[in-house]
Design a protein around this ligand. Structure first.
Ligand SMILES: Cc1ncc(COP(=O)(O)O)c(C=O)c1O
Length: 242
């Protein structure tokens, strides 16, 4: 796909902006990097979700492929508002000659939070923990799907894993998700429909186990409801879409 487009219009392309949040096919990211180099295109990674979650250096460290520019945010300051745009000197240098005015440019609290976050991530070996806990959660979902014979698939990388229901009937799928969210929430665990599940250092073994226990109860209800063809009858809430 990309190689063909660039062959036809490569000289018109200024940059490639992409995210690498799911496991790429073998050699895919290296292939994009090579194509960008071949056509003189700036490669930009959006690391807003992956940064400070897959590794300290984000998806580029995890996959060992370096973009020309990258955007980071979200977990880089553990909840305080902070984002960063960074990259190769020859490109970033251009900003030196631009007037960039920001009302909150001198704000330092979030910067302190960012530094403290990086220190904690390093000192406490946080990524080893989040990968381990995330894998436990993903393995648990897979096992539950198998045991209960549900059309459930697991996707993504362990610290930011997700699952989904595979049902051809769009309304049924919608209702199954709503029922899942409803039953999990009633048991104290909030999920988002198909959303990424971000593992943090605060998620310990017992939290993952509790989450899986709640998933089991919710999925058992779904299994019975699917068997009886009565998923809609179990809903006690309006349609939950997010
Ligand atoms: C991958 C990704 N990129 C960019 C953004 C947008 O960030 P902002 O709202 O700060 O512009 C988001 C927001 O969720 C995101 O998930």
């Amino acid at each position: 796909g990309l190689a063909k487009i660039l062959k036809e219009e490569g000289d018109q392309v200024a940059c490639i902006i992409m995210e690498a949040r799911t496991p790429p096919a073998e050699g895919f990211l290296e292939g994009v990097r090579n194509l960008a180099d071949q056509y003189g295109i700036v490669l930009i990674f959006d690391e807003i979700v992956t940064g400070f979650r897959l590794a300290l250096g984000g998806t580029q460290e995890y996959h060992n492929v370096t973009p020309d520019l990258a955007a980071f945010g979200k977990s880089m300051s553990n909840g305080l508002p902070l984002a960063a745009f960074l990259g190769k000197r020859e490109i970033m240098q251009i900003a030196e000659d631009l007037t960039i005015s920001t009302t909150y440019g001198n704000e330092a609290l979030s910067l302190a939070a960012g530094l403290a976050t990086i220190r904690e991530l390093k000192e406490k070996n946080v990524f080893e923990h989040t990968w381990k806990m995330g894998q436990k959660l993903m393995d648990g979902w897979l096992r539950l799907g198998d045991e209960l014979s549900l059309p459930l698939s697991v996707n993504g990388l362990a610290p930011i894993g997700a699952f989904d229901f595979h049902l051809d009937d769009a309304q049924l799928k919608q209702d199954v998700w709503t029922l899942f969210l409803q039953e999990a929430a009633l048991r104290g665990v909030l999920f988002r429909r198909g959303g990424l599940n971000f593992i943090s250092f605060s998620h310990k073994e017992e939290d993952i186990q509790l989450t899986l226990d709640v998933c089991r109860e919710a999925l058992e209800i779904i299994q019975t409801a699917l068997e009886k063809g009565d998923v809609g009858g179990h809903l006690r809430t309006w349609d939950i879409r997010a």
